[in-house]
Design a binder for this molecule. Structure first.
Ligand code: PEP
Length: 291
């Protein structure tokens, strides 16, 4: 831990520090003075490949990532996740075995099995080696009719199958311009992530993705993002208590790139990134992982 922190500081990076793991208040004050983020949470950098990459292209990308990340340079305070299309899950799982890279899916259905042509169940994902699943991405809400209610059902079924859901929330540009961003997000959280057990409520991941920032090159300013992340944590505290709210990771998503990631990750309530475009090139994604 000390080594990670010292190395990060030497390399001009800002490590995330577990304040319980070492010298208490003095260290805390010192790191705060230096602008180092104090957090008990392990950051999660997740790549959402969306509807990109054939099996061959997936193999090439993940082999490249694995090879470049195999030098022990991923700090112990962060997790790396890739979410390929369904067709590539099994083959990618084989490659990421015994590496720092974890496997996620981009969607699932809430029914167990049966006549639901074109859908994938949580059990099928688990069986393919998936540890995380993205639920309620704004593209699913916009093009495929996902609602807070379906998000909620999917989230519960993911947990029942020991898959950690990454539930996406976020306002459209129109909603932000009409000053509705906070009420929209409040509803998405209150309905979308309701009904968890105490244990599940500490494991959930939420991703705040302003719709106007996804794939557009526009990013929320770190301050705009932090304001919403703190708001989500406040609502979550009301729903599940302080312990759970302090445990969960809240990721930011929306045109995260190598040149804006450090500033975003420095915010106290931002615990990682959900990345689309920049996760499709190994070199860019690696820069994000090493923010
Ligand atoms: C996303 O797919 O969730 C996303 C944030 O995409 P991008 O990084 O391309 O904006």
């Amino acid at each position: 831990m000390y080594r990670d922190i010292l190395d990060a500081i030497k390399n001009g990076k800002l490590p995330t520090v577990d304040e319980n793991s070492f010298a208490g208040p003095v260290a805390k004050e010192y790191f705060q003075m230096k602008g180092v983020k104090m957090s008990k949470r392990v950051s999660l950098i997740a790549g959402n490949w969306k509807m990109n990459k054939t099996v061959e292209e997936s193999v090439e990308l993940v082999n490249d990532l694995k090879q470049k990340l195999s030098d022990g340079s991923v700090a112990s305070d962060r997790e790396v996740l890739v979410c390929p299309p369904f067709t590539s899950l099994v083959v990618v799982k084989e490659i990421v075995k015994n590496s720092v890279i974890k496997l996620g899916a981009q969607n699932m259905y809430f029914e167990k099995s049966g006549a639901y042509t074109g859908e994938i169940s949580a059990l099928m994902l688990k069986n393919a080696g998936v540890e995380y699943v993205i639920i309620g991405h704004s593209e699913r809400r916009q093009y495929f009719g996902e609602t807070d209610e379906s998000v909620n059902k999917k989230m519960k079924v993911a947990f029942e199958n020991s898959i950690i859901p990454i539930v996406c929330v976020g306002e459209t540009l129109q909603q932000r311009e009409k000053n509705e961003a906070f009420s929209v997000i409040e509803k998405q959280v209150k309905v979308g992530v309701a009904g968890l057990s105490a244990e599940q409520s500490k494991k959930l991941v939420i991703a705040y993705e302003p719709v106007w920032a996804i794939g557009t090159g526009k990013t929320a300013t770190p301050q705009q993002a932090e304001e919403v992340h703190a708001f989500i944590r406040k609502i979550y505290t009301e729903m599940y208590g302080k312990d759970a709210a302090e445990s969960i990771r809240i990721l930011y998503g929306g045109s995260v790139k190598p040149d804006n990631v450090s500033e975003i990750m420095r915010q106290p309530d931002i615990d990682g990134a959900l990345v689309g475009g920049a996760s499709l090139k190994a070199d860019d994604f690696i820069k994000l992982v090493r923010y």
